[in-house]
Design a protein around this ligand. Structure first.
Ligand SMILES: NC(=O)c1ccc[n+]([C@@H]2O[C@H](COP(=O)([O-])OP(=O)(O)OC[C@H]3O[C@@H](n4cnc5c(N)ncnc54)[C@H](O)[C@@H]3O)[C@@H](O)[C@H]2O)c1
Length: 309
């Protein structure tokens, strides 16, 4: 049994990672700005406060660092806040790792670091080409890990997450938005022509990939794509699939100019499909949840929790 601190552990992916670790018999502590109700291992606090990070990390063998400012719109509108949380916060976490003699840290980077690529699927060897403030901060975080390893021998792995979705995701992400709209008899809104292709990965699969990277010695100092490459789908087809799964076939998607979306045209990433061969081979990572199954879980969640209030 190991003791693990999860920053951002009250968040969507962080809480799934906590569940996975607890199910494997590990001891978990979380640090997050948000409240995690009735959970003894959670402490409310900011990674911007070095004291909070260092004290909550005390006694931890490992750290999984997920706390971040995210969402392309928010991180473009509040650039300095994004720099502060994602870079200064990262440095605070790394400093605390050194002070607490942590064995290894896993950092959740993002597929956004690849930006638009000529060649898809995207592998870890694809050139990085970040086109947003958020993506640049993630790449800086990766570089900090390398530098802290050089300077202090702190072991690390980087996981670049590709479009993770699931029940408790905030509803400004596409699958939650589509499900919520259609359940409420509204059209799912598509920005642009809907031909953007994504490869969605269910959150429990991603959590397993993150946890596997933590305990795999062969993963030290390496970068892994974590996603699900089995069902790439255009946003248009995703909207149609959601409508079919909910059984509201009278509803049609509504098309809106890209300019009104989270992203401008310039910041849109058109084809985002990973290859996850490296994670399959090194981490024994193997995503299991199909898109139909995952979307159905999100639909059931909204029906249970949101629409009854
Ligand atoms: N969801 C995805 O598809 C996706 C894709 C790529 C990368 N990621 C990365 O995965 C991580 C988790 O993302 P998520 O989707 O669970 O988002 P989320 O917003 O649910 O989780 C992030 C958590 O960080 C916390 N946080 C923010 N600022 C903080 C601070 N100063 N101190 C402490 N906690 C703070 C938030 O309260 C939140 O609970 C992030 O690092 C994100 O960049 C997510």
């Amino acid at each position: 049994m190991s003791s693990i601190l999860i920053t951002g552990g009250a968040g969507f992916i962080g809480s799934a990672v906590a569940k996975e670790l607890i199910s494997q018999g590990h001891k978990v502590k979380t640090l997050d700005l948000a409240v995690l109700k009735n959970v003894g291992y959670h402490k409310m606090g900011s990674i911007l406060d070095p004291y909070s990070v260092t004290t909550q990390m005390r006694g931890s063998d490992y750290v999984i660092h997920l706390a971040a400012a995210l969402g392309v719109k928010r991180t473009e509108a509040r650039r300095l806040e994004c720099l502060y949380i994602n870079i200064q916060g990262m440095v605070n976490v790394l400093e605390a790792c050194v002070k607490n003699n942590v064995k290894k840290i896993v950092f959740t980077s993002s597929s956004e670091v690849y930006g638009n690529q000529k060649k898809v699927p995207i592998s870890e060897e694809s050139p990085v080409n970040p086109i947003s403030n958020y993506a640049i901060t993630k790449l800086v975080g990766e570089e900090y890990l390398r530098a802290y390893h050089e300077a202090y021998s702190l072991d690390y792995s980087v996981v670049r997450l590709f479009n993770i979705y699931g029940e408790e995701q905030r509803d400004n992400f596409v699958i939650s938005k589509f499900v919520r709209a259609v359940c409420q008899n509204k059209p799912p809104v598509i920005y642009g022509d809907g031909q953007q292709v994504r490869s969605f990965c269910y959150v429990s699969d991603a959590a397993k990939g993150i946890v596997n990277s933590l305990f795999c010695k062969e993963a030290n100092g390496r970068v892994f794509n974590i996603g699900n490459d089995s069902e790439p789908i255009s946003v248009k087809k995703l909207a149609e699939k959601t409508i079919n799964l909910i059984g509201k076939n009278g509803i049609s998607p509504q098309y809106v100019a890209m300019e009104n979306s989270d992203r401008t045209k310039k910041r849109e990433v058109y084809n985002r499909i990973p290859t996850i061969e490296k994670a399959r081979k090194v981490l024994q990572y193997s995503p299991k949840v199909s898109l139909d199954e995952g979307i159905t879980n999100v639909i059931n969640y909204w029906n249970r929790n949101e629409l009854k209030v």
